[in-house]
Design a protein around this ligand. Structure first.
Ligand SMILES: Cc1cc2nc3c(=O)[nH]c(=O)nc-3n(C[C@H](O)[C@H](O)[C@H](O)COP(=O)(O)OP(=O)(O)OC[C@H]3O[C@@H](n4cnc5c(N)ncnc54)[C@H](O)[C@@H]3O)c2cc1C
Length: 497
């Protein structure tokens, strides 16, 4: 991808998408796919907002059944399946177990009924069969679980994804369909002509250059930052987005083979303990938030809450704070509604204001394709209904089999599988780089299988601008413990030239 600010500042586009999280990325892709000329900007890196801070699940959201949101759950389950079929390298089915304990807020029959309805709503799009376990069977499957008061459990399937890379693949597809995309460009204000919005005043945060971007339509997919530009358009409007904070921690080593759904004692919430990159992702919290949008962090209380609840379910795993590899926190930009944060609907809303700007609010990562479609339909007749085929950058079968690639590039089969898991069919593009410089086949550090070619690919093809773009989002090294720090050192050097 080429970050062509000169082109973006000189041309008038059909649409300008502000925000390169998953919703903006998909709108840009779908718009360009439908023949519109599109520009997309983000004030940070693509997916650096909420779209890399999620629980990394494409899911129907079993707990929304309690709120009787059957439509939202059914739609999400359909989207989950379509995404999985199109991008199996980034999305994998994952078994979830709900252990049931004496005194849990939801009884065994409620949990069983919920899982049955969930499976029914999945219909032919389900990813695996539900199973029921006695306490003894469950302990054989998951020996780390607390046996005290355990009555049994239920297993069902959802899907796990790499949120940052899924977003990036939408951006790469937008670029492939001729959209002009640029990270680190901030929209400072709206440009108005005859009370209509004709573009934005933008700032290139890498050079300081200020310029206008002109477009027939501006679509804002700003996640938690929506209110800022929205207020400029409608000074006296009520609050549209309600922000709730969600915190995750990544714990060293694996606590379970399956994902475990924990019912909390204190507040009837549920949270997940999920296998993630050889370690364990634990989260999330759900609390109202009024602080800085640009500095959302895991506070000591959040961390303690997650560690305490995990200790209760895995008492023999010696859960200790020193084994926390990293924490991350994000904001749910929910359509404003009163009530307990966990009860606020995850449905999306798309609003066109008098000046013509379209604002995307709420939603789940899982339903991003539908959100993109609904946004474009606000002003544009889409050629066809949203197709079930939604190819992403790494979709499809590689032109060479894994075993052919092993011979051709002289690397191990494990390495080929690892690269396919990051780039899908495009893993061959990464390996092609090693033909000019064989040293690029070398691992960057002993902490992960990542090779030097991936760092070059991140910079040359995926528009990484600084080490964090690679460490946090392109390669996900932030989730892996590293004692030597060699990987970060190598990546830093690559930016120094
Ligand atoms: C803790 C947590 C867990 C979640 N887990 C899941 C899950 O497992 N599954 C699921 O389906 N959903 C989940 N969600 C919801 C999902 O992550 C969000 O719905 C989704 O990521 C929102 O994407 P977005 O593109 O709207 O916003 P964002 O990803 O926040 O993107 C908005 C972008 O706009 C940019 N921006 C802001 N202002 C400007 C400006 N002035 N100029 C240019 N750019 C600007 C920002 O830099 C940002 O990149 C979770 C959310 C949270 C918080």
């Amino acid at each position: 991808m080429i970050r062509d600010i000169s082109h973006i500042s000189r041309h008038k586009f059909d649409i300008l998408v502000v925000g390169g999280g998953i919703n903006g990325a998909a709108i840009a892709y779908l718009g360009a796919e439908n023949g519109l000329s599109v520009a997309l900007i983000d004030k940070g890196d693509f997916a650096s907002g909420t779209s890399s801070k999620s629980s990394k699940l494409l899911h129907g959201g079993i707990r929304y059944l309690e709120n009787l949101e059957f439509g939202l759950v059914a739609e999400s389950l359909k989207e989950r399946y379509i995404q999985y079929k199109n991008a199996p390298h980034l999305i994998q089915p994952m078994p979830f177990i709900i252990p049931i304990y004496t005194g849990d807020p939801r009884s065994a029959w409620m949990v069983n009924a919920g899982v049955s309805i969930y499976e029914f709503l999945s219909g032919s799009k389900k990813l695996g069969e539900r199973q029921k376990f006695s306490a003894q069977e469950l302990l054989q499957k998951e020996p780390g679980l607390n046996p005290e008061g355990l009555k049994g459990g239920v297993l069902y399937y959802d899907a796990q994804m790499d949120d940052a890379r899924l977003c990036l693949e939408n951006i790469l597809m937008a670029d492939l369909r001729s959209a002009k995309v640029a990270n680190y460009v901030e929209a400072l204000s709206l440009v108005k002509e005859n009370k209509k919005t004709a573009g934005v005043v933008a700032k290139d945060l890498l050079t300081g250059q200020i310029f206008e971007i002109r477009a027939k339509r501006v679509i804002c997919a700003l996640g938690p930052w929506t209110e800022k530009l929205f207020k400029e358009d409608r000074k006296y409007s009520k609050q549209h987005v309600r922000m709730t904070k969600g915190v995750h921690l990544v714990y060293k080593d694996s606590l379970s083979k399956n994902a475990i759904v924990i019912q909390t004692k204190s507040d009837r919430r549920i949270f997940f303990v999920i296998p993630w990159m050889g370690h364990t992702l634990i989260g999330t919290t759900d609390t109202d938030y009024q602080g800085s949008l640009d500095r959302v962090v895991c506070e000591a209380d959040d961390l303690q809450y997650l560690l305490n609840e995990t200790k209760r379910i895995f008492p023999n795993s010696h859960i200790e704070q020193k084994n926390v590899i990293t924490t991350f926190a994000g904001l749910r930009p929910l359509v404003h509604a009163e009530g307990h944060p966990s009860k606020v609907s995850r449905k999306h809303e798309i609003e066109t204001v008098a000046s013509g700007v379209i604002y995307v609010m709420g939603g789940k990562y899982t339903t991003y394709r539908k959100i993109a479609e609904d946004s474009l339909k606000k002003f544009f007749y889409l050629k066809a209904r949203l197709p079930l085929e939604y190819p992403l950058y790494g979709s499809g079968t590689p032109s060479q089999s894994f075993s052919e690639a092993v011979v051709k590039f002289g690397i191990s089969e494990e390495k080929v599988h690892y690269l396919w898991g990051k780039y899908g069919a495009r893993y061959l593009d990464v390996l092609e780089m090693t033909r000019e410089d064989v040293s690029l086949k070398n691992e960057i550090c002993e902490c992960s299988p990542a090779i030097k070619a991936q760092v070059k690919y991140s910079i040359d093809v995926e528009m990484a601008q600084n080490p964090d773009d690679i460490i946090n989002r392109r390669l996900g090294l932030v989730y892996i413990p590293c004692s030597s720090g060699k990987c970060k050192e190598y990546i830093r050097k690559c930016f120094q030239g």
